[in-house]
Design a protein. Structure first.
Length: 414
């Protein structure tokens, strides 16, 4: 098995080639990689069947099994994602302004690749294709390390992507996979400073916490989504119910799904029974505080831990608040900084929520499920950044670049 040092050396070498490639060359290669995914659909599905069978045997929850499972349609979506990335503007080589200083030097700031990106992720094998495509288009070599639960799928996907590069001048090592899924190798990757320019974890809270606390490579935090829906006293019931049901049940295993419902005391008694009936069709378990429980027919008493938890399941924490200020205070205290929404017909309440809630995406009268690179018009995303340095929110191509200063002189000295 190839060592991490060997993967790192190859990535460094190939990153230089990729950084010099033209937009046309990169786009052509991305389309060939998309073709290769479709050509290799049967082998990818066979590999994925091994992973899902093992997951079922290990008692993996249904929502997590859904994240792991590939179908022909999902592989086609992965291929379409690569084509979409190819159609996006190239983020490399853009000059952000040009000015002349007192010495007569013309100075500009130009976008360049980060270099070699390492990505540690869990469960979802489609991330392998999405991440590879985004890193490739932005001129970065990538080393991917998925979880053991999707190892066969990831190997098959990487082989397909690399086969798509065989008819191009790009070396296949611009996209590499760490096949050793041990914790020791993960820790080694987190400290591969000599070869990795940045490390991006994509997964649950425990993974992200481990990377942030262990890595010596610079880290961009992504993912953990303890997202909130606040139903204001001026909310319209039907709209509030539709938004809450969508945010919780459309795909509960993803990071932009709602985990906590906050509702104003003035409408709780009327609205909560309607909401309970709506989510009961999905067998959503409600974990409620005392005031919310009094309005519900069935619930589990909420604990302090429930306000902090990203369930990724058909579970919803419910709390009655006295005011919008109480909702905002709760969100800013317990949120992971991902996505929050207010449902209200009060313009000023919406503006207060926008202004005071400190998260990457803040919605008025819309589901948190829209926090997504495709939905925001960026194409595939590398993840949702919940930090404030360099990138925040859905990370598309521009967030995978850095800058350098280009300076033109005529013999000036200082």
């Amino acid at each position: 098995m190839t060592t991490l040092i060997e993967l790192g050396k190859r990535a460094k070498q190939t990153a230089r080639i990729l950084a010099q490639a033209s937009t046309q060359e990169k786009n052509s290669a991305l389309n060939k990689m998309a073709d290769a995914l479709l050509t290799n659909t049967s082998s990818i599905l066979a590999a994925n069947a091994e992973d899902t069978a093992a997951a079922e045997q290990n008692g993996v929850a249904a929502t997590m099994l859904d994240r792991l499972t590939l179908t022909e349609d999902r592989i086609k979506s992965m291929a379409d994602g690569l084509r979409d990335v190819a159609a996006l503007p190239d983020p490399i080589g853009l000059v952000k302004g040009m000015w002349t200083n007192d010495a007569g030097l013309k100075i500009g700031q130009q976008t360049v690749p980060l270099g070699v990106i390492g990505i540690i992720f869990e469960s979802r094998p489609n991330v392998t294709s999405d991440a590879a495509g985004l890193c490739f288009k932005s001129g970065n070599a990538v080393i991917l390390r998925g979880g053991k639960e999707a190892i066969h799928s990831n190997i098959a996907i990487i082989k397909a992507l690399q086969s798509g590069l065989t008819s191009t001048f790009f070396p296949k090592e611009v996209i590499q996979l760490v096949e050793d899924t041990s914790r020791e190798t993960a820790r080694e990757m987190m400290q591969l400073n000599r070869y990795l320019d940045v490390l991006i974890p994509r997964g649950g809270a425990n993974l992200i916490k481990a990377v942030v606390e262990t890595a010596t490579v610079p880290v961009i935090e992504t993912g953990t989504g303890n997202c909130h829906i606040y139903i204001d006293k001026a909310a319209e019931l039907e709209m509030a119910t539709d938004i809450l049901v969508n945010a919780k049940t459309s795909r509960p295993s993803v990071c932009n799904a709602a985990e906590t419902l906050l509702i104003h005391k003035d409408v709780a008694e009327t609205y909560l029974p309607v909401i309970e009936k709506a989510v009961s069709e999905w067998n959503v378990e409600l974990r409620a505080d005392k005031r919310a429980a009094a309005c519900l027919t069935s619930s589990v008493p909420a604990t302090e831990e429930d306000w902090k938890t990203e369930y990724l399941d058909y579970i919803l924490a419910v709390k009655v608040v006295d005011s919008i200020d109480g909702a905002i205070e709760h969100i800013n205290h317990y949120s992971t900084g991902h996505s929050e929404a207010i449902v209200t017909s009060d313009y000023f309440a919406g503006q207060q929520f926008h202004k005071e809630v400190d998260s990457a995406a803040v919605y008025i009268n819309a589901s948190t499920r829209f926090t997504d690179g495709f939905e925001f018009g960026f194409g595939a995303e590398i993840g949702i950044s919940t930090q404030k340095l360099h990138a925040r929110g859905p990370m598309g191509l521009p967030e995978l670049t850095s800058t350098k200063y280009i300076v033109f002189g005529e013999g000036q000295t200082r």
